[in-house]
Each structure stands twice: as C-alpha cells, then as structure tokens.
Ligand binder design. Structure first.
Ligand code: F6R
Length: 613
C-alpha cells in the first residue's frame, strides 16, 4: 500500500512530485523517493521517513527534469530503508519503477532473473518489475524505443501475478511515462500541456480536475500533450475523462490543527451531501424494481475496521426497517468461511476508500456466489465501485486523516437510508412510518452540528485521564458498535489500550480488567435500555472505575447520580442516536491523543487505504 505519482510537462517535475506525494502520504509514509529524467540518465533521490525528508534530500541534490515519477511507501516486503524505497531500477539504472500493491510471484521471478545474471539491490517485490522490463526490452522489437518500452511493459505485466499499479520511466524515452493498473488504484490527471499519473486524485487536483480512471488490465502512455490508454490486447481504448467536483481546498485542513478534527467538524456537511442524493440514488442505484426489492431476503454486510462498525449498525437497521435477515462479516473472514449459496441475496460492501483488499476479496466471493452486490463507498471510480453492480456514494469528500470519522457517520446514514427505502419498497414499513423516519433522517445534519458544541466539555474531561493505561467503552443495541468504534478510534491514534463491550457482557468476564481509576465511557442515551446502563455504571463504579456517561439531556440528571462525569449530546430517535453519540467518542480519542502528543493524522504502523490482504 503506497502512493504513486508521475508528472510530464514543460516544467521541472520535482515540485509537482513532492507536492503530489504529500497529498498521498495517507497511503503510507515510511519512506519516499523520486526519479527524474535528466538528459540521457535518470536521477533518483530517496529518503527514509515522511515526504518532508525526501524534500530536504531533493533540495540538496537538486535533480531537474520535466518528466519524473515518485512514491511514498508503506512497507510490505522489506523494512523501511533507503535501499527498499522506491523508485527501483534494473541493472542498468535506466529503467525506473514505482509500484503499489504486491507481486505475489516475485520470488520465482526473482530467482529466474538472478539465474539470468540480474543483480538485486533491495528486498522488495517491486524490483522484479524493473528487471523483468529490462529483460523483456531485449526480447521485444518495435519501430522505435517508445513502442519497445510499451511492449516490454505489457509483456512484463502479463508475467506478474497479484495486485499492482506501477509507473515506469526509461532513460532512453524521457518524453513518456507508462502506467499500468491491475487491482490497485491508478488515475491520470489531464492538464494543459502537462499530465499526471497518481494513485489518487488529490495528488494533482490543484492542477487539473479532468481525470481518467483506469480499469484493471489497462496501460497508459503519458506524454506532455497526450494520454493513450491500451487494453490487454495492446489496442488503444478511448477512455472518457471524468470531471471531479472536489476542489483542492476541500482536501486541505481548513484551519484546524489536524485533518481528523477538521473531518469531525465536516460531518454536518458530509451527512447533508450524502443525504441530498439518497432518495433519487437509492431508487436509481439499487437498479432494482419494486418487485426485486420485495424479493431480497438475506443481506450480507462485509467491511473492515471502522466501516465494519458501520455495517454492524446497518444490521440493526436492515432487520428493523427492511425486515430482512442481515449478517455482518469482517471482510477478511467472509472470504474464507463457507457461505451457503442463497437466492435473492444482497451483499453490501461498506468502504471509505473502495480499495481495501479484504473488502474487494469479499465482494469477489459474493459475485462467485451469485449475490447482488451494492457498494457503499466514498471514492468515485475505486475498485469496489467497479466490482459491485450498484453503488451508493457517501458524499463526504476526501477523508485524509487515517482515523475515519466523517466516512463512518456517512456510512451509517447511508445504511439507514437504504434500510428505510428498502422497507418502504417492500411494504415492511407503512407510508406514514416511512414519512416519519425520512423526516428524522433529514433532520440529522442539524443535530450533528449541535452535537459538535460538546468539544469543549470532552476536551476538558480528558485532562484528568488521558494518561490512563486502559480505557473501556460500553454500549447496548445500536450503541454497542459505537462502543467498539470508540475503542478503535482511541487505540488507533493514542496507542492506549482500549476495549469496547456490549454492556451486558462485562459481567461475563471483562469486568475483571476494571481497576481503581480505569476510565469507563458508557453510552447511555435515555431510552428503553437506560436503566440497564445505569446498572452497568454502578457495577463498574463498585470496582473503582472512573465512569463517564455519554447521555441525552433527559438522562443527564439520573446519569449524574451514578457516574463521575457526563457528556450530554442532543437527543435523536433511538436508531439515529449512535451518529450523535459517536461524535463524543471521536472528540474523546482526538483529545487524549493530542494531550499525549501523538501523530494524530498519521498514527504509527497504519495507512489510510489497506490495499493488501
Ligand atoms: C479506522 C479506519 C480503518 C478503516 C478500514 C477500512 O479509523 O479508518 O479501520 O475503516 O481500514 O477502510 P475502508 O473503509 O477504506 O475500506
């Protein structure tokens, strides 16, 4: 999982490459590098650490050239080191490659190439691509060097197995960059007299919003004034550019200290934008007529991490409003367990990036099982959206912080919308019930905006406990997944131990980890489960816990009698309440991490899109 960038145009490519890599750091940031065509050679600069380190190194060695490629890495094969940083080269140093993904057959290929006399400089799987191109350049013939490189690259792609997107620069053809896409993302930005290659659009959005989304098996040849796409058979394909409506500002921090905080504050807008299209989109995208909707009996939700927590809430929605049986699987588990084939089954894949390898794998399996497939996804043109028959987009804009916030609440509301539309279409809920639920849903962005006012209170209460060794989150029903999400968010960015439990479960074991002063955050909006949550608070307090209630105004007083602190969020309907409750936990995680001085937007060991299994 890494970020690729390429620039070809009239200007010096280096500033474009560095800037693009900074925008791609969310894909990985343990080392970075660039390679620039300079006269008849290619100059490489690489550095361990974030792109800022590369920038310093590039300033010192000052490479210049109007054609270059770059890479920011998240290690899969070989530790983060300068030798393992991309770009990698062949034996001559003239073929230079940047790559995202995993070459599954790199070991046999490496052995074959070594037997042919190739010497390897790194432990990476990527380096085999460069040597294989070098080898294939000897084997193919063409009228000119540009064509020869294209043929050698296509032959190389044929020999590679796995998920990959890569970019190639050859010293002998400094007027072109070649890009290849197979199961890893790759896009092309079409500028005026300049073109870009990148793993994701923000890398070049400042310069152009005209984008070609490449499909698997496609190869692109970028020149200053052209971008030609070729299919597996080597024939040119016409790909229509898409105009992206996100502007660069949307992808920037907007004055907040961290993208995560900005993205928490983006939520009212994100939900509004998502809901704006919900009605029309669900009728259109489900692509299903009423009689088809009526027939759906089973739903499998598949997702990873935070998206999995959204999917867990989706199960409550689908069963309650749509009256269908829903089960939720971690995508990485779904792929490998036995799923009985069943008619009239819908698989819903939930993913912010649409590039999560496990989720893509689960969808592939759903396809093999003959299930209808719906993606709930935030990224236009991503792998998942192409792998599913229907797509509902969460319109929350680019989510840059590794810790997902606005994508999560947008996913929840999308699942809610889906469930009520499905329930309405299938007759499971009446017209008047639907009208009420719809109205409540449309009022949610405003309630989210009101909820954001709690930041100060949350920030204040973290002062006392941010150094705690372990945190516990408790919830019930639709707030149980929120407890899991609160714990995930906190451990992800603060590195503190945190666990989420169904409140009814603590007496079955987890209560033994509660000690004097252990912070326990209890999700307890005033509803039919409120009394049970009061008991959970008392059970924890009796063991010395420092209990914080996340409650609604009508529950605040009673909660105060059995807890040490209260965070009061506005009240929504029972099924929408989790969207407001999670905001308290997002702020909580943020402020604990901030007080601990953590790298909030790019926590250690993580990357935004997990494009490897
Ligand atoms: C946590 C987080 C991850 C992602 C997970 C799935 O804050 O962001 O747990 O939710 O890696 O990613 P997507 O949604 O892109 O499939």
């Amino acid at each position: 999982m890494c970020g690729i960038i390429g620039y070809i145009g009239k200007k010096n490519s280096v500033p474009f490459l560095i800037e693009g890599l900074k925008k791609l750091e969310y894909r990985g940031y343990d080392s970075a590098g660039i390679a620039v065509a300079e006269k008849a050679t290619v100059r490489r600069v690489r550095a361990v650490g974030k792109v800022a380190e590369l920038e310093k190194a590039a300033l010192l060695s000052d490479p210049k050239g109007n054609c270059g490629i770059g890479h920011t890495r998240w290690a899969t094969h070989g530790k983060p080191s300068e030798e393992n940083s991309h770009p990698h080269t062949d034996c001559t140093g003239e073929v230079v490659v940047v790559h995202n993904g995993i070459i599954e057959n790199y070991l046999p290929l490496k052995e074959k190439l070594q037997a042919l006399g190739h010497t390897f400089q790194s432990e990476t799987d990527t380096e085999v691509i460069a040597h294989l191109i070098e080898e294939n350049l000897k084997r193919v013939s063409a009228d000119n060097e540009e064509q020869r490189l294209l043929r050698a690259v296509m032959k190389t792609s044929d020999e590679l197995q796995g998920a990959f997107a890569y970019g190639v620069l050859w010293a002998k053809t400094p007027q072109q960059i070649i890009g290849v896409k197979n199961q890893s993302p790759l896009t092309v930005g079409l500028g005026e007299g300049e073109n870009f290659l990148a793993s994701d659009v923000p890398a070049f959005l400042k310069y152009t919003n005209k984008v070609l989304f490449l499909e698997d098996g496609q190869t692109v040849v970028l020149r200053e004034k052209s971008a030609k796409v070729y299919g597996l058979d080597g024939q040119e394909i016409k790909v229509k550019p898409v105009k992206i409506s996100w502007d660069q500002k949307t992808a920037e921090k907007g004055g907040y200290d961290h993208f995560m905080l900005k993205e928490i504050y983006d939520q009212p807008q994100a939900l509004e934008d998502t809901l704006r299209t919900a009605k029309a989109d669900f009728v259109r995208i489900l692509g299903l007529k009423t009689e088809d909707l009526r027939r759906i009996k089973n739903v499998y939700l598949v997702a990873c991490g935070t998206a999995y927590h959204a999917a867990l809430i989706g199960k409550y929605y689908l069963e309650n409003f749509a009256g269908v049986t829903a089960s939720v699987d971690l995508a990485s588990e779904f792929k490998y367990r036995t799923i009985p084939p069943a008619k009239d089954t819908l698989c819903i894949a939930v993913s912010q990036s649409g590039e999560t390898a496990d989720t893509l794998g689960a969808v592939k399996k759903a396809k093999e099982l003959g299930f209808k497939r719906l993606a709930i996804c935030n990224v236009l043109g991503s792998g998942l959206t192409r792998a599913c028959g229907s797509v509902f987009y969460t319109h929350c804009g680019p989510e840059i912080s590794v810790a997902s916030t606005k994508a999560f609440t947008s996913q929840i509301i999308s699942l809610y919308a889906l469930a009520i539309f499905l329930g309405h279409a299938s007759g499971n809920i009446s017209q008047s019930q639907f009208g009420k639920l719809y109205k409540e849903m449309m009022a949610l962005p405003k309630a989210v905006a009101d909820t954001l006012k709690i930041e100060y209170d949350v920030r204040h209460l973290t002062r006392k406990i941010y150094k705690a060794e372990r945190f516990i989150f408790l919830g019930r029903n639709v707030d149980y997944p929120i407890a899991l999400e609160g714990a995930l968010k906190l451990k992800e960015i603060s590195y503190s131990s945190a666990e989420g439990f169904a409140a009814g479960e603590i007496k079955h074991g987890p209560i033994s980890i509660i000690d004097k002063g252990t912070p326990v955050l209890v999700l307890m909006p005033k509803n039919h489960l409120f009394d049970k949550m009061l008991s959970a608070c008392q059970e924890c307090r009796a063991r010395g816990a420092w209990v914080v209630a996340v409650t609604t105004p009508d529950g605040a007083e009673e909660a105060a009698a059995v807890t040490d602190k209260q965070i009061v969020v506005p009240k929504a309907s029972e099924y929408l309440q989790p969207v407001l409750d999670v905001i308290a936990l997002q702020f909580f995680a943020y402020w604990v991490a901030k007080r601990l001085g953590r790298d909030i937007d790019q926590p250690r060991n993580l990357a935004k899109s997990v494009t490897v299994e």
